[in-house]
Design a protein around this ligand. Structure first.
Ligand SMILES: [Zn+2]
Ligand SMILES: [Zn+2]
Length: 189
């Protein structure tokens, strides 16, 4: 497994090397700059792949919130939505028992393609996870890869949640006020 400290160090060494040799015109500063950018981009791609596929790095112990968010990220990869892939995990209050999970998609056994309509017609990951959890009488915690929409926020309020963790912002922020008004903690991880 990739060691994040070694990767960070290799990037740092490359940057120092570039800084010290930037006036060394035999190679040309522009090609060196591109070389540095390509090197860092390549390393960052490796880091992203490691984070997505293996859920962490050697020597770094993930928090339980990161574990479930990572699971939600993996679930989002199952979505066939062409606009936005979203994954969701619902746990018990102790964050140990997984009650349900889901990703955005079509109706069971039917087409998984987006409708050509404006709203794409896909059922949202949060709702699919809620259906899978089958639990409306106990307090829960949600991990979702994108800030919920206002509609899902209402479903979250009505089904009993203590907290919602999310990874990516969404241009529509309407859910924030809905969750806040219901006293549900909204935490960006
Ligand atoms: Zn879609
Ligand atoms: Zn939604």
């Amino acid at each position: 497994m990739m060691n994040i400290k070694e990767v960070s160090r290799s990037i740092a060494i490359k940057i120092v090397d570039f800084t010290l040799n930037v006036h060394h015109y035999s190679q040309g500063p522009i090609s060196m700059e591109k070389g540095l950018a390509d090197f860092i981009e390549d390393k960052l791609e490796q880091i992203q792949k490691e984070a997505v596929l293996h859920g962490g790095f050697e020597g770094i112990r993930p928090t339980i919130d990161q574990v479930w968010m990572q699971t939600a990220v993996m679930l989002s990869k199952r979505s066939t939505c062409e606009r936005l892939q979203v994954g969701c995990v619902i746990t018990d209050m102790d964050k140990r028992t997984v009650l349900g999970n889901g990703y955005n998609g079509g109706a069971k056994g039917q087409s998984n393609k987006c409708d050509p309509s404006d709203s794409c017609g896909h059922l949202h990951a949060e709702v699919n996870a809620l259906i899978a959890s089958g639990s409306h009488d106990r307090l829960k915690v949600m991990y979702v890869t994108t800030l919920p929409c206002a509609q899902c926020a209402k479903a979250i309020v009505n089904s009993g949640f203590m907290g919602v963790y999310y990874l990516n912002e969404h241009e529509k922020q309407g859910s924030k006020d809905i969750l806040k008004a219901a006293g549900i903690n909204l935490i960006k991880v």
